[in-house]
Design a protein around this ligand. Structure first.
Ligand SMILES: [Fe+2]
Ligand SMILES: [Fe+2]
Length: 300
């Protein structure tokens, strides 16, 4: 017997996805080093931010194209909402990145041109390969979110509130749509080996582009050639791999289902808090996380 929408959601088959405006008002003088004492880590996050306006339109185009092959109306609706969320993400990243470009990081334009060409080439791959890449990247974001949220006070104390709230908003929504790319892949072209290859392809490719971007940022800062800076980059890269690695390994297991990946409680509190204030009226600007607070609670 076919489950009704409410029953499917309650059973965990589908998960509601809320499309929120990326309503962050970045100050034009938002510093590139927006985390006190952690210039390298800030530039590594900025490097990933520069990848998003290239990666996320690719994800939107891929899942959008797949929609015609999805028979389950719930999965089709989730794919549509995923595309709307990701569109908000890359538009907001574009605004944030443009602030950094305006501060003189012009070498990023060269890396962005290479990225644009690379994603144009990726877009020519068969749909199954592109869906596997998309699901693979989304698997990595789950581990990354858990790591960033669990360590938010260590990582972001005293940091720019707009930047922290923006990055964690994106991460919360990555958790919220954690099922979609996997479900669409399974609905359209369920093959284990292609999916496993996609986990490696999607994650390694995005890490590689993020790295090219943060190297360009750190070269501009005059830090990339310094051993002390390079050691800090390696330290953060190792921490990141330790955080995202377990999710990636689980995604490689046959029969993997992101429904088994548990949300961090802070993420669930953020989603519930936003729902509470949005029910009370229109939200003009996203409430900001208090980065001076020792607990850094959700901002609702
Ligand atoms: Fe996203
Ligand atoms: Fe995503």
């Amino acid at each position: 017997m076919e489950l009704q929408q409410d029953e499917r959601t309650a059973a965990g088959r589908c998960q509601p996805i809320t499309v929120r405006q990326g309503a962050f008002e970045f100050s034009p003088d938002t510093p590139a080093h927006w985390i006190p004492g952690k210039a390298e880590f800030a530039q590594m996050v900025n490097g990933a931010s520069f990848v998003m306006p290239h990666l996320e339109p690719f994800l939107v185009a891929t899942l959008g194209e797949a929609m015609q092959w999805i028979e389950d109306p719930d999965v089709r609706r989730e794919a549509r909402d995923f595309c709307m969320q990701e569109t908000q993400h890359y538009r907001t990243h574009r605004r944030f990145n443009d602030l950094l470009l305006a501060q003189g990081y012009c070498r990023l334009a060269e890396v962005e041109a290479d990225m644009a060409a690379a994603y144009r080439r990726l877009a020519k791959l068969p749909l199954g390969r592109r869906l596997a890449y998309s699901a693979g990247f989304e698997a990595m974001t789950l581990g990354l979110t858990r790591w960033l949220v669990s360590n938010r006070t260590e990582l972001f104390t005293g940091a720019d509130r707009q930047a922290v709230s923006f990055i964690l908003w994106h991460m919360v929504e990555e958790t919220e749509h954690k099922l979609v790319a996997h479900d669409v892949y399974q609905a359209v072209t369920p093959s284990y080996w292609r999916r496993a290859f996609g986990v490696l392809h999607g994650s390694i490719d995005v890490i590689r582009w993020s790295r090219r971007c943060y190297i360009a940022l750190l070269e501009h800062d005059g830090r990339w050639r310094k051993w002390s800076s390079r050691l800090r980059v390696w330290y953060w890269a190792a921490r990141f791999l330790g955080g995202a690695g377990p999710s990636l390994l689980r995604a490689l297991v046959p029969g993997h289902d992101p429904r088994r990946e548990r949300n961090h409680p802070w993420v669930d509190q953020w989603i519930a808090g936003y729902a509470r204030i949005s029910a009370a009226g229109k939200i003009k600007a996203m409430p900001l996380i208090d980065t001076a607070s020792p607990a850094m609670p959700v901002p609702f």
